[in-house]
Design a protein around this ligand. Structure first.
Ligand code: GAP
Length: 471
C-alpha cells in the first residue's frame, strides 16, 4: 500500500503535477504546490463542478468572498470557541500529535469520545508517542490561523484565514437576496482556499494546512430539508462518476449524533478507498438555520426570507454539500493510477477521464525531421487546439517513447501524422483541383487510445467530431 502511494507521489513530482511546498528551502509541512499539469487537472475538476452545480442549474448563484473576514464572523459561527482537534504532546521532544489518531492507530474506536475519555484510554493502553516517550494530557487545539489586519496588533485587529469557504456564503445571503431576488429553494456556491493549522498534516494532499474547497449552501424551507438532502446525496455520487472514479470505491458513512459538528443535525460523509485506507472525501450536512440565526443574532441584521406566495417570513434552513478539491484530485489520481505491460515493458500510467485529463490530445509527426509531416501535424495541432485547448504538440524521441510519456500523464488520445497521411494529402489535393473540392477531405491520421493501446485511422476532417464524441 505504502509503495503504491509513494509511486503516485513520485509520478506527481516527476511529471509536474504536484511538488512539496517551498521545496528549495527544505519544504513547509502541510503545503503542496501544483505544477503545470496539476493546476490543469485541478482547473478541469473545478470547471466540471462549477458547470454541474452552478451554470447548468437555475437555482444556484456563485460567490467569491474574501478569505479574510471580520473576526465576529468566526465568533458567531462557533469557530473561535470550538474549531479544534484533540492535541497531545510528547513529554520529552514536545512534538505534538492528534490524540484521536494515536488512539485509532492503537485500535481504539474514538467515535463520540470526550477529551477526558481519550486521556484515560491513552493511559490505560499505555500509548506512547511515535518516539516512544510518555504523553502529556489531551487538550483542545484551535486550528484557525490567526493574524492581525493593519499595522496595530491588538484584539480589535485580529482576523483569521478562513477555515471553510461556507461562512463567506452565509454572510452574503442577504446581499444575494437583495440583488438577485432568488426564490427559495436556491443555493450559493463557492470555490476557494481554506486554511487549517492541522496538528498532523499527512497522506500527501489528503490533509494539508492550505487547501481548496468547493462548497454549496442550499437554502430551503425548514419542512423541505430532507428532499434537498437526498437530492445532493445522489448528486455527490453522480459527480464522482463524472470524474471517472469507480463507484465501488466510494462509501457513505452516517455520522453518529454524538459525533456531529456543532452546526449539524445530520451528516453523511462520503469516504473513498485511498491507498492508505478508507477516508473522508466529502461531507453532506444539514446545517439547519444554525448559521443564518447565529449571524442574524450577532450582527443585528435581519436574515429572514419573505415568501411572496404564502406571505410568510422565515429563516431558511441549509443543506451543505462540501467537496475538498485536493482530496478530489487525490481520489482521481489514486483511481487512475495503473501499471500494466505493453510490448513486454512495464507501463505506469494514469487512466484519467477525457473530461479532466490535463492533456486531451497529443499530436505528433511520425518523424520530426520530415518537414512535410511536421507541417501537416502543426496544422492538425492548431485546429484541435483552437477547439479543445487541452492539446499538446510532441515530437520528442521515437513514437513509442512519446506514447509512454503521454500515458504517464493520462493523455487519452495520441494523434500521429505519418506517410499515409501525406499520400492522402497529395491525393486530396489532386482530387480537389480536378473536382473543385477542398483539400484535406481524404487524408487520414492515426488515433491511438491510451488504455487499450489500439490505433485507428481517422480522416482529419472527422477528427474533432470523433474526439468530441469520446469526451
Ligand atoms: N463547511 C463544512 C466543512 O468545511 P469539513 O468536513 O471540515 O466541512 C469539508 O471539510 C471538506 O474539506 C472535507 O470533506 C475534505 O474534502 C476537505 N478538507 C477538510 N480538511 C482538509 C484538509 N486539512 N486538507 C485537505 N482537504 C480538507
Amino acid at each position: 500500500m505504502a509503495i503504491y502511494m509513494e509511486n503516485i507521489i513520485a509520478l506527481c513530482k516527476r511529471k509536474g503535477f504536484i511538488f512539496p511546498g517551498s521545496e528549495i528551502y527544505g519544504g513547509l509541512s502541510g503545503t503542496w504546490d501544483y505544477g503545470p499539469l496539476g493546476v490543469a487537472l485541478k482547473n478541469n475538476i473545478k470547471s466540471l463542478w462549477w458547470k454541474r452545480f452552478v451554470t447548468d442549474r437555475e437555482d444556484m448563484f456563485g460567490v467569491d468572498a474574501a478569505i479574510l473576514m471580520n473576526q465576529n464572523v468566526w465568533k458567531a459561527s462557533g469557530h473561535v470557541g470550538g474549531f479544534s482537534d484533540p492535541l497531545v504532546e510528547d513529554a520529552k521532544t514536545h512534538k505534538r500529535y492528534r490524540a484521536d489518531h494515536l488512539l485509532e492507530d492503537a485500535g481504539v474506536d474514538v467515535k463520540g469520545m470526550s477529551l477526558d475519555a481519550m486521556d484515560v484510554a491513552i493511559k490505560e493502553k499505555g500509548i506512547k508517542s511515535p518516539d516512544g516517550n510518555a504523553l502529556g494530557d489531551v487538550r483542545q487545539f484551535n486550528m484557525m490561523f490567526k493574524t492581525h489586519i493593519g499595522p496595530v496588533a491588538d484584539d480589535d485587529s485580529i482576523s483569521y484565514l478562513r477555515p471553510e469557504t461556507a461562512q463567506g456564503m452565509f454572510v452574503n445571503f442577504k446581499n444575494v437576496l437583495d440583488s438577485m431576488h432568488p426564490k427559495i429553494p436556491f443555493g450559493l456556491a463557492q470555490i476557494g482556499k481554506a486554511f487549517r493549522n492541522e496538528i498532523a498534516p499527512r497522506d500527501f494532499i489528503f490533509r494539508s494546512r492550505e487547501f481548496d474547497q468547493m462548497e454549496i449552501e442550499y437554502f430551503v424551507h425548514p419542512d423541505n430539508w430532507q428532499d434537498a438532502f437526498e437530492h445532493f446525496r445522489s448528486q455527490v455520487h453522480s459527480f464522482v462518476a463524472d470524474l471517472g472514479i469507480r463507484s465501488d470505491r466510494v462509501h457513505e458513512l452516517e455520522i453518529a449524533p454524538e459525533d456531529l459538528a456543532h452546526y449539524s443535525k445530520r451528516t453523511i460523509d462520503f469516504e473513498y478507498d485511498f491507498p492508505f485506507g478508507k477516508k473522508e472525501l466529502y461531507g453532506l450536512a444539514y446545517r439547519t438555520d444554525f448559521d443564518l440565526k447565529s449571524h442574524a443574532d450577532a450582527s443585528g441584521q435581519d436574515l429572514s426570507y419573505f415568501d411572496e406566495e404564502s406571505k410568510t417570513r422565515y429563516l431558511p434552513h441549509c443543506i451543505e454539500p462540501s467537496f475538498g478539491l485536493d482530496r478530489t484530485t487525490l481520489a482521481v489520481l489514486s483511481d487512475a493510477y495503473a501499471v500494466d505491460e505493453v510490448g513486454g515493458e512495464k507501463r505506469e500510467y494514469l487512466k484519467l477521464s477525457p473530461k479532466i485529463a490535463p492533456v486531451l490530445v497529443s499530436v505528433s509527426p511520425l518523424l520530426k525531421n520530415k518537414p512535410e509531416l511536421v507541417g501537416v501535424a502543426r496544422k492538425v495541432y492548431s485546429d484541435l487546439k483552437k477547439k479543445f485547448g487541452r492539446v499538446s504538440f510532441d515530437d520528442n524521441g521515437n513514437i513509442g517513447k512519446r506514447y509512454r510519456r503521454q500515458d504517464e500523464i493520462g493523455t487519452p488520445f495520441c494523434v500521429v501524422v505519418d506517410f499515409e497521411t501525406l499520400e492522402g494529402v497529395k491525393e486530396a489535393a489532386a482530387g480537389a483541383s480536378a473536382a473543385g473540392i477542398s483539400a484535406g477531405m481524404t487524408d487520414t491520421v492515426t488515433i491511438r487510445y491510451r488504455d487499450s493501446g489500439e490505433q485507428e485511422r481517422v480522416a482529419i476532417a472527422d477528427l474533432a467530431t470523433k474526439i468530441e464524441g469520446l469526451i
